[in-house]
Design a binder for this molecule. Structure first.
Ligand SMILES: C[S@@+](CC[C@H](N)C(=O)[O-])C[C@H]1O[C@@H](n2cnc3c(N)ncnc32)[C@H](O)[C@@H]1O
Length: 271
């Protein structure tokens, strides 16, 4: 069966968050992470981070910037951000997935692949940050309360790639609410929007997301966009009532081939 079809069939009758969660755990436990694993960190994120050193510095002030990668999978982006000087939390529901991510990050920080870097080609002067892989459900508040207590800080940068599209549409509003809770007041949420090439009526995961980020974050909607109730254009109105402001949206020069040239990067701040 084709990869996309295998993923769809696996989740076909799994409504409700518990059944969704056990679905992901089962895929990890049966070694099926090939269904989504792209084998490298996001080139689009590498390029953005390397070309915005001043903005990143201003996000965090005196402390090392703190990043969160929810649904981190094998942890490619977690290790890459640590190699760019962030203290990073990778969050993974599956204990097996978290184990894989921990080993990957350890190996990568000790001996990084070249694919972690773009033009910059090396770790910045401040040195490598830390990696903390946490096994938890993004929607469960206890992991973040423990985190906030131990670090005293929220996240300066949150990166979402193939996390929102992995969640059932019923969970989208809670996703936006959690992002709001977890981001520091001056922090940024970076989304590599995928998949944008799928028609909105198609099933997931990956669930089609055209117009969904805008609806959830800028318009404060429930994210159940069907092409009629969400503004899916690039020049959507800025006078929106949602909890976030989109500060930029652009087509990255480099992204994964499976985005079919349609991936977009959007950057959000709390209002
Ligand atoms: C489509 S995969 C993407 C993984 C990773 N972002 C990547 O690009 O390789 C989605 C991941 O999110 C994890 N996940 C799903 N629901 C989650 C939740 N509620 N909390 C934390 N992780 C979750 C799954 O176990 C899976 O590893």
């Amino acid at each position: 069966m084709a990869t996309q079809q295998r993923l769809l069939s696996h989740f076909a009758d799994r409504n409700g968050s518990e059944r969704q969660n056990s679905g992901w755990a089962e895929l990890w436990d049966t070694d099926q992470s090939d269904l989504w694993d792209r084998g490298t960190p996001s080139a689009a994120l590498i390029d953005w981070v390397e070309s915005h050193p001043d903005q990143l510095q201003s996000l965090s002030g005196l402390h090392r910037p703190r990043a969160l990668v929810p649904g981190c999978g094998k942890g490619y982006d977690v290790a890459m951000l640590a190699l760019h000087g962030f203290d990073v939390v990778g969050l993974e529901l599956s204990p097996r997935g978290a184990q894989v991510a921990t080993s990957y990050a350890e190996a990568e920080l000790a001996e990084p692949h070249d694919y972690n870097f773009g033009e910059q080609n090396d770790t910045p002067d401040g040195g490598i940050g830390s990696v903390n892989i946490i096994t938890a459900d993004f929607f469960d508040k206890s992991w973040s309360q423990n985190e906030a207590e131990s670090s005293g800080q929220k996240f300066d940068l949150i990166y979402d790639y193939t996390f929102l599209c992995a969640l059932h549409p019923d969970m989208r509003q809670s996703w936006a609410q959690r992002m709001l809770e977890l981001l520091s007041p001056s922090g940024i949420l970076i989304c590599l929007e995928f998949p944008l090439f799928k028609e909105l009526h198609e099933l997931g995961p990956p669930w089609p997301l055209q117009g969904v980020y805008w609806n959830l974050l800028a318009q404060g909607g429930d994210g159940k966009v069907d092409g009629h109730n969400g503004d899916i254009s690039d020049d959507a109105p800025v006078s929106a009532i949602g909890p976030f402001v989109r500060t930029s949206r652009f087509k990255p020069e480099r992204s994964y081939p499976n985005g079919k040239g349609t991936d977009m990067v959007s950057i959000w701040r709390r209002k």
